[in-house]
Design a protein around this ligand. Sequence first.
Ligand code: ZN
Length: 673
Amino acid sequence: MNPLLQPFDQAPFSKIKNEHFAPAIKQLIEDTKKEVNAIVENNDAPTFANTVEALENTGHQLDRATSIFFNLNSAETNEEIQKIAQELSPLLTEFGNDLLLNEALFKKVKTVYDTRDSYELTAEQKMLLDKQYKGFSRNGANLSEEKKIALRKIDTELSKLKLTFGENVLAETNAYQMHLTEESDLAGLPEGVKEAAAQTAKEKEKEGWVFTLDYPSYVPFMKYAENRALRKELSLAFGARAFQKNEHNNEQNVIDIVNLRHQRAALLGYESHAHFVLEERMAETPQKVQSFLNELLVKAKPAAQKEFDELEAFAKALDGIDQLQKWDSAFYAEKLKQQKFSLDDEKLKPYFKLENVINGVFTVANKLFGLEFEIDNTIEKYHEDVKTYRVTDAEGVLVAIFYADFHPRAGKRGGAWMTSYKPQQKFHGINDRPHISNVCNFTKPTASKPSLLTFNEVTTLFHEFGHGLHGMLANTTYKGLSGTNVYWDFVELPSQILENWCYEKETLELFATHYETGEVIPMELVKKIKESATFHEGMQTMRQLSFGLLDMSWHGSDPSNISEVKKFETEAFGDTTLYPETPETCMSTAFSHIFQGGYSAGYYSYKWAEVLDADAFAYFKQEGIFNKKVASKFKDTVLSQGGTVDPMELYKAFRGQEPNPDALLERAGLLVK
Ligand SMILES: [Zn+2]
């Protein structure tokens, strides 16, 4: 018997074997197709209930099985699972595409959509209808046959171009190496970095040390290597990726991608690709994004210039540098930071024993939202490292199940993320509570030492737990609108806001105690953590804004007249540059976020989310960071609502006004007085 084909509540990990996945998921795709067909073949006039709600309620078991499968493929995979993923992914993509191309189904949804004012729908139902309808229409369902064919052609070409773009960046990253044979050239580098470079050399059957353009090699070299000429060489090689006169040049690909995106948007009736993308974002329009970025730029620029001048003076005093260059920034910034704060991870780690930090984040959730976390070993796990909790409210009612999987191992991908095994929804009169998971890669305990986290790992834990709360406290009717199913420039609010508690004395006193002596973290260290967190925030902000502005320039208007990538890019950067221009480098040709990944017309959302979390946290600061009233309001208006209401409305309901960027500028110390 295949356990994935039987009804289950908690994921039955002990019963599931790898060979169950493919047959179960294939079977469940067929079952879901039958459920969809039943909706299409229903002869009754289409209504919200028999069409939109019915469609939302298809594929329950398929969702459960696929979420188990893909969660494991990220957190506990092996070659067999990866092979099954290769087999299943195209089937699931095809299934999803077929659904969106199902004309008979769309006709029914459209009928309901066009007559929506004649129904009495709740706000949530209106959102569900809108989301479903747009899923079809944004994919071309309203187009004539001829235009549909044109759209498919663009989609095919775009997916090929994006792939080629990424392959070129990868090829160029891999093609370069800096081979050093003189130990004196390594001056300044930490031992671990030297060892890694020696190891890379060995792998390439070379003597000495090899540095590459991969981040773990590139970043420390730029930060610590004293040899300025070598830093310049490596920096220019990094910046010239896919911008050299060879077969991996991406200039034409950039031009083609933005033009195809524009044509696609135009076919669907939008003014630009950015207009198309932003329709489903809190920011709504390119104009709003532009003015958001420009407003921050005007305010951040004086601070950035001040930091730059200070850094340049520092480099001059130290090494007689007259003009600070791009390849100097990380190096002197690191030295200046050490001089100012002399704060390193090793000093802080004893105060951040993993178990203490977990208790800390649970205590914060308890003080804010009244949640209780209790280990429950009857809940099945997929690996012995996973901790399983029952989460209850103040009345003892089950809120969620929480899986915490914190240590790296072979079979887990890098990074940290939140995911779910079961969505929250109200179904047949039952409020079905969610099963949420946090997966991280924190330092493991050793025989002599417990797991001690860096401060960065502490904020990561709070961040992912914030996403976790968004999932756990969800309280909506439809699973498609539940928890983190929100516009993506809104989804980082719950996670980023929680990070703020890590910097507060009141919070640190709750859990940051020395693992050997029990001493609470000294306030002098807390002060340094706070100050160093905003070190060079002005320049960082300018950098982020420059990427956001470049992204919007590429995607915010008709690109058909752009012929020179570098020239266009330099103009787009405009007022955001501090360092001298380097003609041999180009950002766009290796800007994978927007040309390969999904961030096109979305890069601004990093800063957008920061504005939201800073502004929202300012409210907590004003009323007390553990103020129950503000916390309940945050739960009721944001955390529990998912995507049932427009995010700006949710935000205003919480804050009483639209987000104000001044809170971010103030937190970042950017308000030059
Ligand atoms: Zn996040």
